[in-house]
Design a protein around this ligand. Structure first.
Ligand code: SF4
Length: 284
């Protein structure tokens, strides 16, 4: 039976993108190919918050994932990839994951809830384990899945074959790729973060859309440039702008401006409902 290293598994409301407001199970896998230390920092500077927390953790270990402090800069999911917190994410078999999902679904079975497989970066090596999980008898009532990805990971041949089968043979099942492509404000390099050919291929296996986290005019200009590159490669999906902000004060400052910028370009606006509703706490 396949295993997945799980940083978090919880039930909440999807706060972002296409399924905003939909009750959802979140399965957060461990591991990411990026660090996104530029978020919330002056351009060109990188956050050291995650590393500072790791240094504290070495001296005074936080007992569990949920007891780790939230950060105001850098990746707000840092504990889902930082090697110093790896031991707080257990490796679970599909059976245990499916059981746990039944425990936290309000009716102990799938009804209108959707599954969000997020990270970290969920399309790293875990692609090999998803068929086993999605084929589990307890997952048969599931109709909608979103992979929240940074759009840099190719789908493997095995997983593409599986997705073909999964969508074709099960009427009503829908797969979505919510691609949060990283702009320079994240601190990641453009040539590594903007991968149009990879994202275009996702459209063959479900609905894909792009979601850009922006705070400044420069970020919005970068998003326009990126959209040009994706469109030139043939990308058909919707474009969303979403305000930056792991903390509510930052988010509140720029949410309206981001909404206006999206309207001006005929793009969609995505909120981050986990902030006003739950202050971005772990497990939300
Ligand atoms: S890609 Fe996502 S999970 Fe990975 S470091 Fe960036 S924001 Fe965090």
């Amino acid at each position: 039976m396949s295993k997945i290293k799980i940083a978090e598994l919880f039930y909440s409301i999807q706060g972002e993108g296409r399924y905003m407001g939909v009750p959802s199970i979140f399965l957060r896998t461990f591991g990411c190919n990026f660090r996104c230390a530029g978020f919330g920092m002056p351009r060109g500077e990188l956050s050291t918050e995650a590393d500072e927390l790791a240094a504290v953790h070495e001296l005074y270990p936080y007992p569990k994932y949920e007891s780790l402090p939230l950060v105001t800069t850098g990746c707000d999911s840092y504990a889902s990839w930082h090697p110093d917190f790896k031991h707080l994410s257990p490796m679970l078999e599909s059976d245990a994951i499916a059981e746990r999902i039944m425990e936290i679904l309000p009716h102990s079975r799938w009804r209108d809830e959707h599954l969000v497989i997020t990270g970290g970066e969920p399309l790293l090596g875990w692609q090999r384990a998803y068929p086993d999980l999605l084929n589990h008898p307890k997952m048969q009532g599931l109709k909608e899945i979103t992979f929240e990805t940074n759009g840099t990971q190719k789908l493997t041949e095995e997983f593409k074959n599986y997705l073909d089968h999964y969508i074709d043979e099960s009427y009503g099942r829908e797969v979505t790729f919510s691609v949060s492509a990283k702009l320079p404000a994240s601190g990641e390099k453009w040539e590594e973060a903007i991968c149009p050919e990879i994202v275009c291929e996702y459209e063959n296996y479900g609905t894909a859309y792009l979601k850009f986290v922006v705070a400044t005019e420069q970020d919005i200009a970068d998003a326009e440039c990126a959209v040009g590159a994706y469109r030139a490669a043939g990308f058909q999906g919707h474009i969303y702008l979403m305000p930056v902000g792991g903390v509510e004060s930052v988010y509140t400052l720029n949410a309206k401006n981001v909404a206006l910028a999206a309207m001006k370009r005929g793009w969609r606006y995505s909120d981050r409902l986990q902030l006003p509703l739950f202050s971005n706490a772990w497990g939300t």
